[in-house]
Design a protein around this ligand. Structure first.
Ligand SMILES: [Zn+2]
Length: 273
């Protein structure tokens, strides 16, 4: 079995409970004002959603929208998006896309094409970050944003670090990850490429759990899953659907408990997301 079994947890209530003091850098995730059901999404929201789903991150997605993407979408006939000009457009070349497709038909498609053509390869960025150093020596200014969102909508509902125990109501429980709202059955994405090192039942409360090793001491874990579709030793790519969220193990309701581990120690996930 993997590291979590040898890390000396003493309580059956799980990966959520480890009474080890640790410096906690709290970064509050802005509440997602778009939470809840949204039948009709504005173009800006679609951009943000796509960006989040594709690993760019919601902030970057909004930034993309704010810096002109939204304008090109509002004016679908303008040159910026017209990738049909004999394949010579820079956007078409950069995306390796199909130049013969006219863009005016669907704004949704245009979003994807623009986002793909403008974002850098996030896994290459992460590899570069980790190639020169252990994950443990990476400063938060550098790590921030290098992992992709494990859910298409990231609404934090319980922070990393010390909190009130959801089972006992007592103070001082150390929460080893961050909880994100997710209805049971929601797609869970690999936060970056890597190799699956655990996929099974976590005996300390994580329920169905998947652990991905991203190399150089960086790992991510996904917990309380209703199911998973990866196995130990399997290589996964950033953004792959590896599981469906759930409420298995020590969980009080459907959500995703997401952990980032650096050299075996859990850290604030928002420092990497
Ligand atoms: Zn949790």
């Amino acid at each position: 079995m993997t590291t979590q079994n040898t890390r000396g947890r003493r309580r059956a209530s799980g990966p959520v409970a480890e009474l080890r003091p640790r410096a906690v850098a709290r970064v509050d995730l802005p509440r997602d004002s778009r939470a809840g059901t949204r039948r009709r999404r504005s173009p800006l929201q679609q951009v943000a959603d796509f960006a989040a789903a594709s690993g760019v991150g919601q902030k970057a997605g909004v930034a993309l929208a704010a810096t002109g993407l939204i304008m090109t979408v509002a004016l679908p006939g303008t040159g910026a998006l017209t990738a049909s000009e004999g394949g010579s457009s820079a956007a078409a070349l950069a995306a390796g896309s199909q130049p013969e497709i006219a863009v005016s038909a669907s704004a949704k498609v245009d979003f994807s094409r623009m986002a793909v053509s403008t974002k850098a390869d996030p896994d290459a960025k992460l590899r570069q970050l980790l190639s020169a150093q252990s994950a443990g020596s990476v400063q938060v200014e550098s790590s921030k944003g290098t992992l992709g969102a494990p859910l298409s909508s990231m609404v934090s509902v319980s922070p990393f670090g010390y909190r009130i125990d959801p089972f006992t109501g007592g103070y001082g429980e150390f929460h080893r990850g961050r909880d994100f709202a997710a209805q049971c059955g929601t797609d869970v994405f690999a936060a970056a490429s890597g190799k699956v090192t655990f996929a099974g039942w976590h005996p300390y409360g994580g329920g169905n759990r998947v652990v991905i090793d991203h190399g150089n001491g960086l790992e991510t874990t996904y917990n309380h899953l209703s199911s998973f579709n990866v196995s130990v030793g399997q290589s996964v790519n950033r953004g792959d659907v590896i599981a469906l969220s759930g409420t298995t193990g020590a969980s009080t309701g459907c959500h995703l408990h997401f952990e980032v581990m650096v050299n075996g120690d859990v850290v604030e996930p928002l420092g990497w997301l």
